[in-house]
Design a protein around this ligand. Structure first.
Ligand code: ADP
Length: 259
């Protein structure tokens, strides 16, 4: 693990929807400027956990949490936390592209305007650099005012990443990084993540172990525990995770699903 303090420090964290426990007693450090992959079977709470890292799942309604998550030492579940600021610092890209029914330009400008970075020249620069980062500028520079919803699925996913980057986050969370994408679009997204890794802390969910091994520094394995509730079972350097699982009870899972 890195000697720097973790970007996110999660301690004894529980999550409930409508009083049903989804995540139990999870402790994890997310190292800064590293890429952490989250893997595990469907339904074990990976997305719920990811969304709790910037409190986005509170938009879904009846959620309750226990335990602590610190972002560079600040408790993000504290009473004085400014949620808009938190979600700008820790930006989330959902599994399915969720663009607004607006132009490509306005989709990216939306969050930037909310912060108050309004001058047009400034906005134009941010939009250009965000699109360049996700390798969409050449494809889209002549149709910035066309509807974002007319883009291909792969372009929409990259535009969602561009939108998340435009507000200059410190942490980027990406759910199901390449789900539903053809291999060319997936390769483009992997290239983007690799380029970003020197400047950002990245956490992504994937079901593709080859991708996890290519992209991530650390791998966090979630699974159901003995109470049939999702829990982090291990987090190790990806190279070690790939070669052998340290968690005897889940060796078969890792072997069968990921090798
Ligand atoms: P994964 O990402 O590992 O597939 P999820 O985090 O999507 O798992 O879901 C974990 C559990 O939480 C599932 O049982 C799911 O039905 C439940 N769940 C997810 N979102 C909600 C919600 N908004 N309200 C109630 N239950 C939810």
């Amino acid at each position: 693990m890195s000697k720097k303090i973790p970007a996110l420090r999660i301690r004894n964290f529980n999550i409930y929807y409508e009083n049903q426990k989804i995540i139990e007693d999870t402790c994890l450090d997310i190292p800064q400027n590293q890429i952490t992959a989250i893997v595990g079977p469907s339904g074990c709470g990976k997305s719920t956990f990811l969304q709790s890292l910037n409190r986005m799942n509170e938009l879904d309604g009846n959620i309750k949490t226990e335990g602590k998550i610190e972002f560079f030492g600040q408790n993000i579940y504290g009473r004085r936390v400014n949620l808009n600021r938190l979600r700008r610092q820790i930006s989330l890209v959902y599994a399915k592209p969720n663009l607004f029914p607006m132009s490509i330009y306005d989709n990216i400008a939306y969050g930037v305007k909310l912060i108050g970075w309004n001058p047009k020249v400034e906005l134009d620069k941010i939009i250009q650099s965000s699109l360049k980062t996700v390798h969409l500028w050449e494809e889209l520079k002549n149709k910035l005012h066309k509807s974002a919803l007319d883009l291909s699925y792969g372009q929409q996913k990259r535009l969602c990443i561009a939108r998340a980057l435009a507000v200059k986050p410190q942490v980027l969370l990406i759910d199901e990084i390449c789900a539903g994408l053809d291999y060319i679009s997936a390769a483009k997204i992997e290239e983007v993540i690799e380029c970003l890794s020197s400047e950002l802390t990245i956490v992504f969910i994937s079901h593709n172990i080859q991708q996890v091994s290519r992209l991530s520094d650390f791998t966090a394995l979630f699974h159901y525990n003995q109470n049939q509730v999702g829990q982090l079972l291990e987090c190790s350097a990806t190279k070690q995770f790939i070669t052998h699982s340290f968690y005897p009870g889940h060796f078969d899972y890792v072997v069968n699903r990921f090798r």
